[in-house]
Design a protein around this ligand. Structure first.
Ligand code: PLP
Length: 218
């Protein structure tokens, strides 16, 4: 199937309520462009350089989500280019994003990344720390927490992802019920090529998909 057919098939399968984020890492601007022509609206980029290169070609039509690891020295450009950051997991980055937003008079929607597998050396806040972290982030005037994102451990069988997605959903619901000031828990971003169906069963309303669209990772 072509990239276009894959995207169209996914959009049909996901329907109105589940957002598709095209995970575009290591793909060419032309490949990303095909997704947009097929109707994809949100592009997820892991690397600032890729995003800058793609945007020379694609322009500012699509919505850009940062889904990679945040680095101090890239924050300024990330704030300029992206419409959402899905991988916030520490206060230093929150503070830097807030500062850049202040100078641009912009508010950055963010998802807080949860390390749902509690893995060492994995990004994301620990599940039990998510609530406290979000409370602190909500004090930054130019950040708006819009939900949670998780990756989960790398697993062979999609079914094995279920407990991690379920845990993240529980945290999501709990925080949403608190109705914290300045926090709007709209998005639960979980599930990739192998796991998106399980993620949706567990409540995801945003999935990030790369290889299913483009073919095996390059
Ligand atoms: C690469 C990537 C994806 C997509 O993974 P696939 O298995 O290729 O669908 C989703 N989220 C993040 C953060 C990624 O880096």
């Amino acid at each position: 199937m072509s990239i276009e057919e894959q995207v169209q098939g996914l959009l049909r399968e996901l329907g109105q309520d589940i957002h598709l984020v095209v995970a575009a890492k290591n793909r060419t601007p032309a490949e990303v462009m095909e997704c947009i022509h097929a109707g994809a609206r949100i592009i997820g980029e892991n690397y600032l350089q890729d995003a800058e290169r793609a945007y020379q070609v694609i322009g500012t039509g699509p919505i850009l989500h940062f889904i990679g690891r945040l680095q101090r020295k890239k924050i300024k450009k990330i704030v300029q280019l992206f419409d959402m950051v899905q991988t916030l997991d520490n206060l230093e980055m929150a503070s830097l994003i807030n500062r850049e937003c202040l100078s641009l008079d912009k508010t950055m929607p963010v998802l807080v990344e949860v390390n749902s597998g509690k893995e060492v050396q994995k990004t994301g806040v620990m599940p039990e720390e998510a609530e406290g972290f979000i409370k602190q982030v909500s004090d930054f005037e130019h950040l708006k927490v819009m939900g949670l994102m998780t990756m989960g451990p790398l697993l062979a069988d999609p079914e094995e992802y279920r407990p991690y997605f379920r845990l993240t959903r529980q945290i999501f619901e709990k925080i949403r019920a608190l109705r914290m000031k300045g926090v709007q828990m709209d998005y639960l971003s979980m599930g990739m090529t192998d796991s998106y169906r399980v993620a949706i069963e567990e409540g995801a309303n945003m999935v990030r998909i790369g290889s299913k669209i483009f073919g095996p990772r390059v």
